[in-house]
Design a protein around this ligand. Structure first.
Ligand code: C5P
Length: 410
C-alpha cells in the first residue's frame, strides 16, 4: 500500500541566529522566520536599532517563539554577555536583511552594536556567517560596498544573492533581498555535504511529447519530480548541473541550468551536446519509445460516416542513455528503470543492454506523479534498497552513492 511519507524537515536540529539590520526588506524577515521554523530549525532573532524601525521585536518573538535580543546591554543574560552566549550553540548566523552599513561594519570587524558584536564574537570555525544583502542598486554597485563584499568573502562569509528586479525605492536593478523561500533553499543547500564539488552533472527529466498533429501527441505520465529532485540534490552537493526537461510544470531548482525540450529527438540533441562536458549523466526521463513517422500539419478531423479510426505508423526514437554511455569519453552513466513487474530482472537486463554501471529501479505506476517513492540501486556487485521516502531524500542518497562510486573510480 502507498503510505505517503512526509519529507524530513530539512533543518531539523539546526539552531540559527537570525540577524536583522535596517532595511525595508525587514518585512520579508518575518516570513523567513516562519519558513525556518517550519523547516525544523530553532531561531534566535537579533535586531539592530535600525531594524526595529521597520518591524517590531514583538512580531519576530511571536514567530520564532523566543524573546528577541536587540542590545548588548541586555541584562536578561546572567553573565550579561549575550554576544557570546548567542552563538555558542548556533549552527550558523544568517543576517537577512544585511544592509550596506552592516556589511561595512562587519568588513571592518567593528562591534558597535549587539549584531555586529555577535558576528565578531562567534566561533568562526564552527559557526558560519551568511549574509543576505538588501539595498538600493546604487548602494550595491558602489565601489565601497563591492570592496566590503570582497573582504567579507575573503573572510569566509557566504553571500546569499542578492536578487535583481523591482526595488522598494522604485528603481530596477541588483540589490533586492532574496525571497524567503529562496533564502531557505540556499540555507538548506549550504548545510548539505559538498560531495560533488567541481563535478558537472547532466540530467534528463520528465516525459517527452511526440506530436501527431498540432493538438495531439504521444506522451506518458512522468511528472519529472524525481529528475528535478536529483538536479536539486546534485546542485546542493556542489555540482554544476544541467537539466534537460521534457514538458513539465515544475520550478527550476536554484542554481540549475535548465534546457526545455518537447520531443525525444530534441532531448537527444540537447543531452548529447551537453554530455561531452559532463562527468555524470543521470537519465531519469521517461523518453517516448516511439514517435509517429508523419506529422499532420492540420488537426486530423473525424469524417462523418467514416467508421475506421485513423492509424499511425510509428518509428523508434533514439536511445539517449545508450548513445551517451558509448561515447569515447562517456560520463558516469546512471539509468532508471520504471517497470510494472519483474523489477530486478528488467533492471539487470537494462544494465547489460545499455552498458551503464548503475540502474535505479522503481515501479512505474507507484511513482509517476507521486511525491515519494521506493528505489533499488542495481549494479554489477549487487542491489541496495532505498526504503520509501520523499523524492528529495532519495535523490540525496542517490547523489551520495554516485559520489562514492566516482571517488572509487578516480
Ligand atoms: O529502455 P528503457 O526506456 O526501459 O530504459 C530506461 C532508461 O533509459 C531511463 O534511464 C531512460 O531515461 C533512458 N532512455 C533514454 N532514451 C530513450 C529511452 C530510454 O535515455 N530513448
Amino acid at each position: 500500500m502507498n503510505v505517503p511519507t512526509s519529507p524530513a524537515p530539512d533543518l531539523a536540529g539546526k539552531h540559527i541566529v537570525l540577524g536583522l539590520s535596517g532595511g525595508i526588506a525587514c518585512y520579508k524577515a518575518a516570513d523567513f522566520t516562519r519558513e525556518l521554523v517550519k523547516a525544523g530549525a530553532t531561531v534566535q532573532v537579533v535586531m539592530t536599532e535600525a531594524a526595529e524601525r521597520f518591524i517590531t521585536p514583538v512580531t519576530l518573538q511571536a514567530l520564532s517563539n523566543r524573546p528577541v535580543f536587540t542590545s548588548q546591554w541586555d541584562a536578561r543574560e546572567a553573565n550579561n554577555m549575550a554576544h557570546i552566549n548567542l552563538t555558542r550553540a548556533a549552527d550558523a548566523i544568517v543576517v537577512a536583511p544585511a544592509s550596506a552599513d552592516l556589511m561595512a561594519r562587519l568588513a571592518q570587524g567593528r562591534a558597535d552594536d549587539l549584531l555586529s558584536l555577535t558576528c565578531l564574537a562567534r566561533p568562526i570555525e564552527r559557526c558560519p556567517l551568511l549574509l543576505a544583502p538588501a539595498m538600493n542598486r546604487e548602494m550595491w554597485a558602489h565601489p565601497a560596498t563591492q570592496r566590503n563584499l570582497a573582504q567579507l568573502r575573503a573572510d569566509g562569509t557566504t553571500i546569499l544573492g542578492p536578487g535583481s528586479g523591482d526595488q522598494a525605492c522604485g528603481e530596477i536593478g541588483d540589490g533586492r533581498m532574496l525571497e524567503p523561500t529562496e533564502l531557505l533553499a540556499e540555507l538548506i543547500a549550504f548545510f548539505q555535504p559538498k560531495l560533488l564539488a567541481g563535478r558537472r552533472v547532466l540530467i534528463t527529466a520528465g516525459p517527452t511529447f511526440e506530436p501527431i498533429d498540432p493538438v495531439r501527441g504521444l506522451t506518458n505520465r512522468s511528472s519529472g519530480k524525481m529528475g528535478f529532485a536529483v538536479a536539486r540534490a546534485a546542485a546542493e552537493a556542489g555540482a554544476s548541473v544541467t537539466l534537460v526537461a521534457g514538458p513539465v510544470h515544475l520550478p527550476t531548482p536554484r542554481g540549475v541550468t535548465r534546457i526545455d525540450v518537447i520531443t525525444a529527438r530534441q532531448m537527444f540533441d540537447a543531452a548529447t551536446r551537453a554530455a561531452a562536458s559532463s562527468d555524470v549523466f543521470v537519465a531519469t526521463a521517461a523518453v517516448a519509445d516511439w514517435r509517429p513517422v508523419a506529422f499532420n500539419d492540420h488537426k486530423i478531423k473525424k469524417r462523418p460516416g467514416a467508421k475506421a479510426p485513423p492509424s499511425f505508423e510509428l518509428t523508434e526514437n533514439p536511445d539517449i542513455l545508450t548513445t551517451i554511455a558509448r561515447l569515447d569519453k562517456a560520463p558516469y552513466c546512471v539509468g532508471f528503470a520504471a517497470e510494472s513487474h519483474d523489477l530486478l530482472e528488467h533492471a539487470r537486463e537494462k544494465l547489460e543492454r545499455k552498458g551503464v554501471p548503475l540502474i535505479v529501479a522503481n515501479l512505474g505506476p507507484a511513482t509517476f506523479g507521486q511525491d515519494d517513492n521506493m528505489l533499488t540501486l542495481v549494479d554489477a556487485s549487487g542491489e541496495r534498497e532505498l526504503p520509501r521516502a520523499d523524492k528529495l531524500t532519495l535523490a540525496r542518497t542517490l547523489v551520495a552513492e554516485i559520489a562514492r562510486r566516482l571517488g572509487a573510480r578516480a
